[in-house]
Unconditional design. Sequence first.
Length: 296
Amino acid sequence: MILLNQILQGVFLGAYYALIACGLSFLFGVMRIVNLAHGSLAVLAAFLMFGLSDRLGLSPWLALLAAVPVMALVGWLLQLLVLERSLRGGALVPLLSTFGLAIVLDNLLFEGFGADTRSLSPYIGDLSFASWALTNDISVGQLDVLGLAAAVVLLGGLQMLLARTRLGRVIRATAEDPEIVGLIGIDARAVYALATAIAMALVAIAGAFLAMRATFTPYSGGAQLIFAFETVVIGGFGSLWGTLAGGIVLGVAQNLGAYVSPNMFLISGHVVFLAVLVARVWLGEVSWRRLRARVA
């Protein structure tokens, strides 16, 4: 029964990882960019909501409603001022520019808020610790269930947006070939800016759950980026439902590792990530060799 509880809690943890990774996966699927400032931007959203709740007295939910359009605007500006220009320099330049942006954001947050840990859990009342008892040995946190529901709704909504709407078809076409879509009157720059805005709106929601379920500091972004990146790699870059599956695999692996030994919590997740990464590289190499053999 204890093992079952560890698996269940790992699923909820994985849903949080999927929320964190959602924007990263979406942005890579559209623009083929790995945004190394992703974790720092999530922390920025968390601090924004904390400031609105702590200094202005807004509830965290109203703060989230305010943070989503603000972060979407940040995403729009990020694309126009940083990503669009860096993409002209090749695949490596966006990595360097977003890495530099992460350093700037971390230090600006440190200057503005200091090194103290913050959390929104005191502002959400009983939700921070309330749970439902499934059995005598297993209970589920209400905030964890809300996070799982949010991950399913967001990823499902994104999937429907891309698959069943005109905007989604435009985004997918631009992702395939931005030069060709320009011939039929689609402004690839505007599509990229909109996609980045959507990704940063998702980051705002991820930042809300980060702030409500745990503590954070100005330098928490690095850890969030690692979890998001591992989730996306396990689930497959650009795959939205794969992002949810990858998060759950990572969360369950970490919780099972902690069940064996508390020191194995992070290590077990990293081991699963490396195993999946090696498997993907090996399968890619095998497929390439078979293709070369057929051509020869």
